[in-house]
Design a protein around this ligand. Structure first.
Ligand code: CO
Length: 131
């Protein structure tokens, strides 16, 4: 079962430049910046209530985030649902005919396990399950 919207992932060209909006204009504080080597991405995490905003900056030109920025520019990249059982959610999605990007959970930012569904089978929204 899904429990909440855990975070929204937002693609930015530069966390250094984008963070001022979240910190000064919106008044949120950055809880941590981390490079996730496996995804070729640098993340900055902000908290709002039970939900987070995850800024995503590419760390190389072949990063999936670099490709997203080329195609779409900066903006919302994915929505992440929190769940106790990612594998179960993947099974449900697979049975419903969704295309899975990850057949099983992989390690994401903060050491949390994550898995993604392809946007072409989710009405255009890159969908993440996370613990
Ligand atoms: Co995410």
């Amino acid at each position: 079962m899904l429990k909440k919207i855990d975070h929204l992932g937002i693609a930015v060209r530069s966390i250094d430049k984008a963070r001022a909006f979240y910190e000064k204009t919106l008044g949120m504080s950055c809880e941590g910046i981390e490079v996730v080597e496996s995804q070729k991405v640098k993340t900055a995490l902000f908290t709002i209530g039970e939900t987070h905003i995850e800024l995503l900056e590419p760390t190389s030109k072949d990063s999936p985030i670099a490709k997203f920025l080329e195609r779409n520019g900066e903006g919302i990249h994915h929505i992440a649902y929190g769940t106790d059982d990612i594998s179960r959610q993947l099974d449900i999605a697979r049975e419903a005919g969704c295309e899975l990007i990850n057949e099983s959970p992989i390690e994401g930012a903060g050491g949390k396990m994550v898995a993604f569904l392809h946007p072409k089978s989710t009405h255009g929204v890159l969908t993440e399950f996370c613990t």
